[in-house]
Design a protein around this ligand. Sequence first.
Ligand SMILES: [Zn+2]
Ligand SMILES: [Zn+2]
Length: 656
Amino acid sequence: MKTGREILAERGPIDKDVVAVTVNGVLRDFHTPVDPTATVKAVRANEKLGLEVIRHSTAHVMADAVQRLFPGTQVTIGPAIEDGFYYDFDKAGGGTFSEDDLAKIEATMKGITAENTPFQREVIGRKEAIDLFTKMGEKYKVDIIQRRPEGETLTLYRHGKPEHQWVDFCAGPHVPSTGFLGAVKLTSVAGAYWRGDERNPMLQRIYGTAFPTQKALDAYLKQVEEAKARDHRKVGKELELFHFDPIAPAMPFFLPKGAYVYNAMVSYVRELYVKYGYEEVITPQAFDPKLFRTSGHLGNYNENMYRLWTEDMFEEVRAKIEAGKYDGDPNLAVKGVLDELGQHAFGLKPMNCPSHCVIFGARKRSYRELPWRVADFGRLHRYERGGVVHGLARVRSFCQDDAHIFCTVDQVASEMAKFIAMIQEAYSTFGFEKFDVKLATRPDKRIGSDEFWTIAEDALSEGLKKAGLEFEIAEGEGAFYGPKVEFHVLDALKRSWQLGTIQYDPNLPERFDLEYTSNDGTAKRPVMLHRAVLGSLERFFSVYLEHCGGNFPAWLAPEQVTIVTVHEDLNAYATEVEQKLKAKGIRVTSDVSNDKLGAKIRNARLQRVPYIAVVGQKEAQAQSLGVRSRDAGELGAIAVDAFIEKLVAESKPTHA
Ligand SMILES: [Zn+2]
Ligand SMILES: [Zn+2]
């Protein structure tokens, strides 16, 4: 059989950036013999699979370097992971690797990659492999080999000069030679138990990352730094936007400045609601569990729900116990109390949909009322496990810019197009110019006929085409009751976030037995579209905060202007200007403290205030301000009235 390299070579010279092949879609290196009928494709260094091959191959080179520098250290496993790779070592003599060690290892790795020797593949028998690694004193490798299933093809990979070859027991694939590697950064060390089991020895895991070029590596490292600097938890603390306290785990406290931004976002969405024909409702927070039995949440979502128990309910159960209902049997009493709790404890709503169904079903509805778009900023509670909550990005208490559209099947495509227009307008206001769209279609586990799914999927894709949007199909990723469309934005650091969604749901209208009277007088069932533009506002807050790095545009900034005086004689003028600006609705403070001018300016800068207005003798005489823009630099002297006009204009979300 020919190898992947031989098959590629028959087609012409192999490009320098080809690092491996796929054989019928499975990643393989150049050396592996290939079934002649298989489809072979080249894998390039900058593709996801190519990066994986580079990173895993780099892990071999790192292990080689570690064993050169720390003789007696044993190797275990070294996979590629998201954004890099690691290798776990049992370090000779114990202890860990220091920062200095990492630098030495990196330098030794450079030497190995400079030698540019090939990665050689070698098939080996089980016994020979065990003998080889036993002789080398690599007891973890022996353990790994012994656990491989009988009959599997076992392989070794070697690299290095003949006088110093480094060998690993590995299934591959690897790059053709070590010369393909070199843009490497070792990032950290952590303890890790062998096989993840704390009864096993503690190993030292060295993490690193690798890229096809130094330029790509530098860009990545810069992005990591930038992401750290913009981490919403850090910026949120610096700007005093929000706070967490164990008294309400994973439920944010928005501080005055954060609450300002949050409310400004909500006001903006409300403006869109007027423009796009939505009506807002306010619905209860806690419901009789009957509601969630009807909606199905109690069956499918109960582990994420908070339940409420009132003092009256406690009293009722106490009375039952005292009246001898449970025959004095404590086990029976406990079971009885739990049953009561399950039956009657109120549920805090995890979603708004059920209460909107209640409103729709509260009176007779006519086809003339459809489509009916009903919006709700209701606070939602979902119990998320401790391990998955993260700053504002994943919390247990939040609101969505949530709305439901009740409509006929025929109206879905045009509603979809209208929704997309709204999404485009909103994302561009927040400075997300690019977004990707995915249509998630019927999953294997689903309800409803194939005919229904075809109608629903066609309606959504027709709406997308109407809006002139390109989209990707996410096969089988729809909800069990209907297809959905997801909108993913790219932030300033080119990271992708899913924000918007629209979901086709015939299931809830069915469960709530919702009907409208059609134009021929018969009763028909509406379709329900669940949709959100920003999604969870808490999560959107975190995404947006990292996108803008805390540099809120003037329309969102909790403080738009800080006035600073050069001398205390000017405090009266500063206060006068402050009052004038405030009268026009501008969010302004003046720093009339005894601090030096430089310190005042630095404080305002740290707070990322869009404008700093400096007041000196000259400005006071001319009724002007010396204005510095955070984004545009020094603007020079501006008359107070002109500055007010500028800020009033910039306070509108649509200004940009
Ligand atoms: Zn390997
Ligand atoms: Zn919903």
